[in-house]
Design a protein around this ligand. Structure first.
Ligand SMILES: C[S@@+](CC[C@H](N)C(=O)[O-])C[C@H]1O[C@@H](n2cnc3c(N)ncnc32)[C@H](O)[C@@H]1O
Length: 299
């Protein structure tokens, strides 16, 4: 009698088993919305649609596919932001490339674009300035919303500017935006724009140095510190912008700045002592947090 050969059943992972496997790994790493993120990561890694995940549940995964899923799960478990792994983030209805050289655009920043657009005078093609453009989300949104506008965007990071330019190309507005490298409004010097700008927008760094270490790991390990930390008080960049913007805003022009929770009061008392600004408004975000400080250059 020939010796019997015992074959162990080998269970190869299938598309159907990939979701619970990935979900368990993400849950164990303390990630909220693990099920939803698992679906997005699998779709991204395997270039599938959600429909394939339902229809092809029994399909056995190939070794390269298993390796790709392992790679994205490992990155997310290390708390790399989902958006950097997927490579995009939506802002004002447009998809923007994001990578660790730029801040991931946040939904509350959309308010900055809306508040400025509704204040602009009708008829005249405006000159607008986006300071600290990052991914270019604000400059590109403005260029798409007001095609006749002249838009200038600055950043101190050349890598961020490269990402912003790719986003402008992606949305067909690269020829409407002038990209300038440098410190806040410094790159405007010599361009003859003194007293000519209708509105300056900025979502500047506003985290206090002491807060950095306590931020969630997705932020402190992966997002650029340069984009987030302002100094010991958190309002240092806003204060510089208030001083510099006066030279470039036209009479009646607007400076709109995103601020951190609890910063608007302090900034408003500083603005009250600046006679160059005639009006100050504070706008809350959807969570009721005072999120924008908007000032008007005296006429
Ligand atoms: C909070 S991020 C905002 C990015 C983008 N505008 C957004 O809302 O998603 C701040 C940006 O300002 C840039 N930045 C920081 N300090 C700057 C400075 N002194 N001059 C110009 N840009 C600066 C950073 O590189 C970063 O891209």
């Amino acid at each position: 009698m020939s010796p019997s050969v015992q074959h162990k059943a080998v269970h190869r992972p299938t598309l159907g088993s990939a979701v619970p496997d990935m979900r368990r790994r993400l849950e164990a790493a303390g990630i909220d919305s693990a099920e939803q993120e698992a679906l997005w990561l699998i779709e991204h890694a395997l270039a599938l649609t959600g429909l394939h995940q339902i229809v092809d549940r029994e399909r056995v995964l190939t070794d390269p596919e298993i390796a790709k899923l392992h790679d994205v799960a490992t990155r997310r478990v290390a708390r790399e932001p989902l958006q950097y792994i997927l490579g995009t983030q939506e802002f004002c209805g447009l998809q923007f490339e994001v990578n660790p050289t730029v801040l991931i655009p946040r939904p509350e920043t959309e308010l900055l674009a809306h508040e400025i657009i509704r204040r602009l005078p009708q008829g005249t093609p405006p000159t607008l300035m986006d300071v600290g453009t990052g991914s270019g989300c604000l400059a590109v949104t403005l260029a798409r919303s007001i095609p006749q506008a002249r838009i200038l965007a600055t950043d101190i990071s050349t890598q961020a500017l490269e990402t912003a330019m790719r986003n402008a190309r992606r949305h067909g507005v690269d020829s409407s935006i002038t990209w300038l490298h440098g410190d806040l409004l410094g790159p405007l010097r010599g361009l003859g724009l003194e007293g000519m700008v209708h509105a300056i927008l900025a979502n500047p760094p506003y985290i206090r140095e002491s807060e950095w270490a306590g931020l969630q790991p997705e932020v402190s390990r992966y997002e650029p510190r340069l984009a987030l930390v302002a100094g010991p008080r958190g309002t240092e960049v806003h204060e510089r912008l208030l001083r510099e913007a006066v030279f470039y805003l036209m009479p009646g022009g607007w400076l709109a700045m995103e601020v951190g929770e609890g910063q608007s009061l302090d900034l408003c008392s500083k603005i009250a002592a600046m006679p160059d600004y005639e009006r100050v408004e504070v706008v809350p975000d959807e969570a009721g947090i005072n999120r924008m400080v908007i000032v008007r250059r005296a006429r």
